[in-house]
Design a protein around this ligand. Structure first.
Ligand code: CDM
Ligand code: ATP
Length: 268
């Protein structure tokens, strides 16, 4: 059985406060996009993971798909599996690629083994893999609070506008990015701001990671400026970076040929 874990972008991200457990309460809109990995499971004599595509550093046992498998095995009978992961979504990107793989693995196992675990229960498993993971169980636009795990469906009206996502050749570790931001309560909730027309998001729908990440990597600020220069109605960094995205009107197809960058276009 095969599934296609997709990336997300964050439309705005407020880091509200640091919690006693070291995590941060945030406010963000998670928005699924069509940049996808491929994840396949086949029953086998022994459990293994084969990764193709973008090379991921680290121990395969630490891969979120294997963590997801071990997590469900604590409570359910799951046989030996040969797992194949084609990595297309860049990591260290703020696109949630690893989180998507972990969450999609939970949903895939649930389906394949007919475990009948509800979406809400799957989301409780998912948060044990990472703060971004529960969103990928539902995989629809949501307003997220808590550590990113309290989810409320939201309508985001982007009309016929389309996305261009740029992943520069810079990786930003999430924990380090959080440690460089001073949390603060936003003046106005993202939930209120996101209903404004996209043309009015500039300067009000903000990502609190940008200031410190751009200070360390000024070229990311230049790329954001380039997106505006090319006609974006709104441009931002996604999550803790390093990806940047622009939302463009239907008649503007920016010609971006950037060295050392992966580019994803999501046309309507
Ligand atoms: C930046 C975002 O992608 C925005 O959507 C997420 O908040 C990150 O979510 P994630 O990658 O799933 O994060 P996790 O793997 O759970 O945590 C990685 C590290 O980020 C920090 N972390 C993460 C989420 C959060 N709400 N507060 C945090 O302080 C913690 O130091 C944690 O050790
Ligand atoms: N299936 C996976 N795909 C990518 N990275 C993985 C995976 N499993 C574990 N990892 C580890 O997680 C790290 C990056 O994870 P991920 O792709 O979620 O980060 P990201 O793109 O910065 O997203 P975000 O910060 O939004 O969660 C990598 O350094 C990698 O070692």
């Amino acid at each position: 059985m095969i599934t296609f874990p997709n990336a997300k972008i964050n439309l705005g991200l407020n880091i509200v406060e640091k919690r006693p457990d070291g995590y941060h309460n945030i406010e963000t809109i998670f928005y699924p996009i069509g940049w996808k990995d491929a994840l396949e499971i086949v029953p086998s004599d022994a459990t293994s993971l084969t990764i193709s595509g973008i090379a991921i550093d680290g121990d395969p046992e630490k891969n979120l798909v294997m963590k997801a498998l071990r997590l469900l095995r604590e409570d359910y009978e799951i046989g030996e599996l040969s797992v194949s992961l084609q990595k297309n979504i860049p990591f260290g990107a703020g696109l949630g690629g690893g989180s998507a793989d972990g969450a999609f693995m939970l949903s895939l196992l649930n389906k394949f083994y007919e475990l009948h675990v509800s979406e809400d229960e799957l989301a409780s498993y998912a948060v044990r893999l990472g703060a971004d993971c529960p969103f990928f169980i539902y995989n629809r636009p949501v307003f997220a609070t808590g550590i990113g795990d309290i989810l409320e469906p939201v309508d985001v009206n982007l009309g016929q506008n389309h996305f261009v996502v740029i992943k520069p050749d810079v990786a930003v570790p999430t924990a380090e990015a959080y440690s460089n931001v001073k949390p603060h309560k936003p003046e106005e909730s993202l939930k209120t701001l996101i209903v404004l027309p996209v043309e009015e998001w500039k300067d009000v729908v903000v990502n609190d990671f940008e200031q410190s990440v751009f200070a360390k990597h000024p070229e990311l600020n230049d790329l954001k400026a380039l997106l505006y220069k090319q006609g974006a109605l709104y441009a931002s960094m996604s999550g803790s970076g390093s990806s940047l995205y622009g939302i463009f009107p239907p008649d503007i197809r920016p010609e971006l040929s950037l060295r050392n960058c992966a580019i994803w276009r999501e046309l309507k």
